[in-house]
Design a protein around this ligand. Structure first.
Ligand code: FAD
Length: 499
C-alpha cells in the first residue's frame, strides 16, 4: 500500500519535529519552507568568521522529563551535545550603574537577596518558597485529545506542589504578585518590578523559570540555535523526509471541509492526505484558510492576547576577547533612544564568550537587543533610503552602548549586523514580528489553543502560537502530538523511535 502523504507548512523546529515523527511512523513527508535554511526563528547567521545567534539562551528540558525525551528522539540533544548551565539568569544594571543579580539557583538568589535586604526576610523567603514549589512541573507526552482521566491523575500526582501554586497565582500578574509581597526595601521592590516592566506578565511564568534553572533542566546547548536546527534537519532527512526550500505556501486546498494539499507561490499544487501548518498562526488561520475555520476562542485569542513585542538585534563581531561574569545583562534605560526607537524600559546585551563556537579564538560576539514595536516598521520599505538611514542611526547608537558596557571595544569592531522586525517577518512571516508567539499574561498562562480547527478535517496546527509564552520546547512537543493524532486516526500504533 502506498504511504499516506503529509505536507508540513514551515520548517521551524515544530515543522521539523512533525516531519521526524511522520517519517518514524511511515508517512511520506514533505516540509515546505520559505527560507533557504531549516529552523525558522531558531537560527543564526554567519558574518565574516562570526556566527550571530538569534534564539536559544535557555532550553527547558535539557536534563530530564518529557521534553528531554522528545529532544533525544528528534536529535535536538544527543550524546555529543554539551549543555551549559549558567550561574546567573540575568544581571540587571540600574540607572545609577549598580546591579541587581538574578541567580540561576533559588537558594543562592535567596541568600543574595537576604544579604541586600534583611528587613524583607519574610517576603523573600515566601517568594523563594513559591519558586521551590514550582520545580515539579512535567509536560504531557501525549496530545491533549488523546489523554484520559488517568493521565491527568498521574500528572496531578507527579506535579502536585507546582499545580497548586499555579492554581493559586494563575490569574495574578507579576506586578500584582510582587506588590502583594509588600517589600519594604525600595531597591528590591523596584528592581523586581523592572524585570518585566508595567506589562501584564504572568506571575506563574516568573515562578517557573528559576525552578527549571535550579533543577539544571534549562541549560544552553553549546553551538546554539543553528546547530540545534541542523541536528533536527539531519534527523529528518536521514529518515528520508523531503524538505523543499524557498517556496511559500499561498493556499491550503480544502474540499468538503477536508484538507487536501497546498498551493505554492510558483503555482505548484502539492496533494496530500494530511496538512500540518507549522507556520505562522495568524497567516494560517486568517489568510491561508481565509478565516473559514475558527471558533470564538481562536478569534478572541488573536484579538485579545498580545504577541511578544518585535525587536531589533544589533550583532557585533569584535576582534578582542571581552571578558564578563554576566553573559546576559538587562540595562535599564527608559526613554533612551536607539535609532528612532524610544526604549520603554531596557535593552539587553549578550556576550557569547561562553560558547566558543560563535567567534574565532580571542574574538567575541556581542549582541544588543531592544524592543521596537512593529507599527514603527510595518510601512517601511527595506530597500528605501529611510530604512538604510535608520540602520545607520541604530549602528551609531549601539556602538556607544558597546563602549559603555565594554569601554574602548568599539574600535575593535570588525563587523556590525542589524536585524530589524522587517528581517524577522521576511524570513519567518512571524505575525507582527513576534519572536515567541503570544506573551504569557495573567489572562492566558494556563490556556492553550487546539491543534485542530473546528469543521476542518485532516488538518493540524503546531508550533509556538498554540502556547502563550511559546518557546522551543512546546513547539517541538506539538509536532509530536500532531503525528500521534494522525496515527490514531489511521488506527496505527504511534512509534517514537527507530532504535
Ligand atoms: C531572540 C530570540 C530569543 C529566543 N530565546 C528562546 C529561548 O531562550 N528558549 C526558547 O525555548 N525559545 C526561545 N525563542 C523562541 C523560539 O525560537 C521559538 O518559539 C521557536 O523557534 C518557534 O518555533 P516554530 O517552529 O513554532 O515557529 P517558527 O520558528 O516561526 O517557524 C515557522 C516556519 O514556517 C515558515 N513559514 C511560515 N509561513 C510559511 C508559508 N506560508 N510557507 C512556507 N513556510 C512558511 C517560516 O519561514 C518559519 O521557518 C527565542 C526566539 C528569539 C527570536
Amino acid at each position: 500500500m502506498a504511504q499516506k502523504k503529509i505536507i508540513i507548512i514551515g520548517g521551524g523546529v515544530a515543522g521539523l519535529s512533525a516531519g521526524i515523527y511522520a517519517r518514524l511512523n511511515g508517512f511520506d513527508s514533505e516540509i515546505v519552507e520559505i527560507h533557504s535554511l531549516a529552523g525558522g526563528l531558531c537560527t543564526a547567521w554567519y558574518r565574516k568568521q562570526y556566527r550571530f545567534d538569534y534564539s536559544v539562551q535557555w532550553l527547558v528540558g535539557t536534563r530530564y522529563g518529557t521534553f528531554f525525551n522528545t529532544y533525544k528522539e528528534t536529535n535536538v540533544i544527543n550524546d555529543d551535545v554539551k549543555i551549559l548551565n549558567a550561574d546567573f539568569h540575568t544581571r540587571m544594571v540600574l540607572p545609577d550603574g549598580s546591579d541587581f543579580l538574578v541567580y540561576a539557583n533559588i537558594d543562592k538568589w535567596q541568600e543574595y537577596l537576604l544579604e541586600k535586604a534583611p528587613e524583607d526576610e519574610k517576603a523573600i523567603k515566601k517568594m523563594c518558597k513559591d519558586m521551590h514549589s514550582c520545580r515539579y512541573l512535567n509536560s504531557f507526552d501525549l496530545a491533549p485529545s488523546l489523554r484520559n482521566p488517568l493521565h491527568y491523575i498521574k500528572a496531578l500526582f507527579d506535579s502536585f506542589p507546582t499545580l497548586m501554586t499555579i492554581v493559586k497565582y494563575r490569574k495574578k500578574s507579576f506586578y500584582d504578585y510582587v506588590s502583594n509581597l509588600k517589600f519594604k526595601n525600595d531597591w528590591l521592590r523596584n528592581s523586581l518590578l523592572s524585570l518585566y516592566g508595567n506589562t501584564d506578565f504572568s506571575a506563574v511564568a516568573f515562578l517557573l523559570i528559576l525552578g527549571w534553572y535550579t533543577n539544571k533542566n534549562a541549560g544552553y546547548p553549546i553551538g546554539g540555535s543553528l546547530a540545534l536546527a541542523e541536528r533536527m534537519y539531519k534527523r529528518y532527512t536521514d529518515l528520508g523526509g523531503k524538505f523543499t526550500f524557498k517556496k511559500e505556501v499561498k493556499d491550503i486546498i480544502v474540499e468538503n471541509n477536508v484538507a487536501k494539499g497546498v498551493v505554492l507561490d510558483d503555482g505548484t499544487v502539492l496533494e496530500a492526505d494530511y496538512v500540518i501548518s507549522a507556520g505562522d498562526g495568524y497567516n494560517t488561520i486568517f489568510n491561508l484558510l481565509k478565516g473559514k475555520y475558527t471558533s470564538s476562542k481562536v478569534k478572541s485569542s488573536y484579538e485579545k492576547w498580545s504577541p511578544f513585542c518585535s525587536f531589533v538585534q544589533v550583532s557585533f563581531g569584535v576582534n578582542k576577547k571581552l571578558e564578563t561574569k554576566y553573559p546576559v545583562q538587562l540595562v535599564l534605560a527608559t526613554g533612551r533612544k536607539i535609532g528612532s526607537t524610544v526604549l520603554s524600559q531596557f535593552y539587553r546585551i549578550l556576550n557569547y564568550n561562553f560558547d566558543n563556537t560563535m567567534a574565532p579564538e580571542n574574538k567575541t560576539c556581542i549582541v544588543i537587543r531592544f524592543d521596537s514595536p512593529y507599527d514603527q516598521w510595518k510601512n517601511m520599505d527595506r530597500n528605501s533610503e529611510e530604512y538604510k538611514q535608520e540602520k545607520e542611526r541604530i549602528k551609531a547608537d549601539a556602538l556607544k552602548i558597546l563602549d559603555e558596557n565594554y569601554p574602548g571595544s568599539s574600535e575593535f569592531v570588525e563587523i556590525c549586523d542589524i536585524a530589524t522586525p522587517l528581517t524577522t517577518v521576511r524570513y519567518t512571516k512571524a505575525w507582527k514580528g513576534s519572536y515567541e508567539g503570544f506573551r504569557p499574561t495573567s489572562k492566558n498562562i494556563t490556556d492553550q489553543l487546539s491543534l485542530t480547527l473546528p469543521g476542518l478535517d485532516k488538518f493540524y496546527m503546531v508550533g509556538h502560537w498554540l502556547f502563550p509564552g511559546g518557546g522551543i520546547p512546546p513547539s517541538i512537543q506539538s509536532g509530536k502530538w500532531a503525528i500521534q493524532m494522525i496515527c490514531k486516526k489511521e488506527k496505527v500504533k504511534f512509534i517514537n523511535n527507530d532504535k
